[in-house]
Design a protein around this ligand. Structure first.
Ligand code: NAP
Length: 509
């Protein structure tokens, strides 16, 4: 356990919706941030009075921020001063903090107010951040300083993290926030490393800043209040990573064993910088207990040159999806092949001489081909770009055919036992309404295996069902490859049921 608090941000345009949100935030929050700048102008003062007199045990943190500092509307200095004077005059609550922008300290008498002073930079990380922070600390003598900067790559967040480390040495309280997907880790690990507060959203879609995680996930998935400086850190590196289910399944596994460990999404753009500044013990700029990470698109091949040792399977597949860090060394593995083949063998049985069509020629296809060859299957790869797929089929000595979803000359797969979708067609987002094949094309196939796990049931799976073909989605592979990762990192049996339930809960949410 650490001593940090979860602050849930509440923002609504009307008093009734605001109060409704406060009531819901009480379930998770230690502190509730009341973003009064969200309220409609004509409701502001009556709403503030009503809200301040609510019976609520939680500490309120009042914010009335102008647009250029991340607030919801334009506010002149006069309007802001009027608001705060009104608030000081009307407030009778003891458990109340106020969040001020720095310009207010010279125009308001703040001596009797418990204050958070906040600084935001939505454009990036200012070069002189440490000096700025020192200056404001001296100027305000703030109880708590909050510094929020926009992170475009994971390493951009190091600047605010260093401020936290310095604040700890100086015995000051500082909330470091790197906004955006690349800064999520600062929100998850802040409390463990001495930040007094971390901010969370009330629910998905109600974020008040980029990269905010819901309070429920902060508590149930990341267990942020239970972490400390010794907590083992794992994660997934890639770009993007926000869609990943891995944090849900791995954190469920850590929770099952009550391990002092957490698994975090790391949005990594520049892999070389990430390895140098965040991973390698000799060069990293952060003091933490990083033990390993999953690797996803686009770093599965590029990671090779950074590894001290690579296992044979990963070398043969030509991709690493798992890194373990031990005694300062980086070891690379690939668990996709095993993750692919185990559920397939369970569903289909012996694969010797089974005729398998693989749609796609990317990383997942590589792992599938490698695993199927080991089982003695006869493989045909269907690729939309034959030239691009040539080196893969040469390397693995498999047949290559052109994949087409041109309606006038659709492929037919009736001569295959198993049809595997390793393309993006059907995956959540842009391709969700697409399918790599229709019912008529898959008649007589014995099993359709769609590697996509989100959505749980793809259009392709539905088409296969129409043709009465048994189907398998990608969740089984996801869990199987994740369970191997867990075993590599912890040397414990993976709690597959818990991992699977956690991933499914997230998909269905
Ligand atoms: P990848 O390396 O980017 O490969 C994507 C493949 O899809 C490439 O062959 C690409 O063809 C093809 N493709 C993309 N858009 C297409 C389109 N519009 N029409 C036809 N083909 C298209 O990605 P990956 O890592 O192999 O992943 C492939 C799929 O497997 C994804 O849907 C992913 O979610 C799934 N997957 C699942 C698991 C699991 O655990 N269940 C694990 C890994 C991957 P080009 O090469 O011509 O661009």
């Amino acid at each position: 356990m650490n001593n940090g608090k979860i602050c849930v941000s509440v923002c609504a345009e009307t008093a009734s919706e605001f109060i409704e949100n406060i009531k819901r935030a009480e379930e998770f929050a230690d502190i509730i941030e009341l973003r009064f700048d969200c309220l409609r102008e004509n409701e502001l003062y009556s709403a503030v009075q009503e809200i301040l007199s609510l019976s609520c045990e939680k500490t309120f943190l009042i914010t009335f921020r102008p647009k250029q500092q991340g607030g919801r509307r334009e506010l002149s200095l006069r309007e802001r001063i009027k608001f705060w004077e009104f608030l000081f005059f009307n407030n009778k609550r003891k458990n109340l903090y106020a969040d001020f922008e720095f310009d207010l300290q010279s125009v308001l008498n703040l001596k009797s107010t418990k204050a958070v002073f906040s600084f935001h930079d939505f454009a990036g990380v200012p070069e002189n951040l440490e000096m700025t922070c020192d200056f404001y600390q001296k100027l305000t003598n703030a109880d708590i300083l909050k510094i929020a900067v926009q992170a475009d790559d994971v390493t951009d967040s190091l600047a605010v993290w260093k401020l936290l480390e310095k604040a700890k040495k100086d015995n000051k309280q500082l909330v470091p926030i790197a906004m955006g997907e690349a800064g999520k880790w600062t929100r998850i690990l802040g409390l463990a490393h001495g930040a007094p507060i971390t901010y969370a959203s009330l629910e998905a879609g109600k974020e008040t800043a980029a990269g905010q995680i819901t309070a429920r996930e902060m508590i149930d998935v990341y267990r942020v209040k239970e972490l400390n400086e010794e907590s083992e850190i794992y994660g997934i590196i890639g770009k993007p990573v926000s869609h990943s289910l891995s944090p849900f399944m791995h954190n469920a596994a850590f929770k099952f064993y009550d391990l002092n460990a957490v698994y975090i999404p790391f949005a990594v753009k520049n892999l070389d910088e990430f390895i140098k500044r965040i991973v390698r013990a000799e060069t990293r700029e952060i003091d933490w207990n990083l033990k390993g990470f999953s690797v996803t698109i686009p770093h599965k091949q590029a990671i090779f040159k950074h590894l001290d040792e690579i296992d044979e399977t990963a070398k043969k597949i030509g991709a690493v999806n798992t890194v373990k860090i031990e005694s300062g060394k980086l070891y690379g593995f690939n668990t996709d092949a095993q993750g692919f083949i185990e559920p397939l063998k369970t569903a289909f049985g012996n694969l010797q001489n089974a005729k398998v069509a693989i749609l796609g020629n990317g990383g997942a296809a590589r792992a599938a081909i490698y695993a199927l060859k080991n089982e003695g299957a006869i493989i045909t790869v269907f690729a939309r770009n034959l030239q691009k797929a040539q080196s893969l089929v040469n390397e693995f000595q498999v047949e290559l055919k052109e994949f087409t979803n041109d309606n006038s000359q659709l492929n037919t797969f009736r001569d295959f036992d198993i049809l595997v979708n390793a393309t993006l067609l059907g995956s959540k987002g842009e391709f969700e309404n697409e399918t790599p094949a229709y019912a008529a094309q898959v008649e007589n196939v014995k099993l359709v295996y769609d590697l996509i796990y989100n959505p749980f049931e793809t259009k392709f799976i539905k088409e296969a069902r129409k043709a009465n073909v048994p189907t398998m989605g990608g969740l089984a592979m996801l869990i199987a490859q994740g369970s191997k990762q867990f075993e590599i990192w912890t040397a414990k049996d993976a709690p597959m049921r818990e991992m699977s339930a956690a991933a499914l809960r997230k998909i269905e949410n």
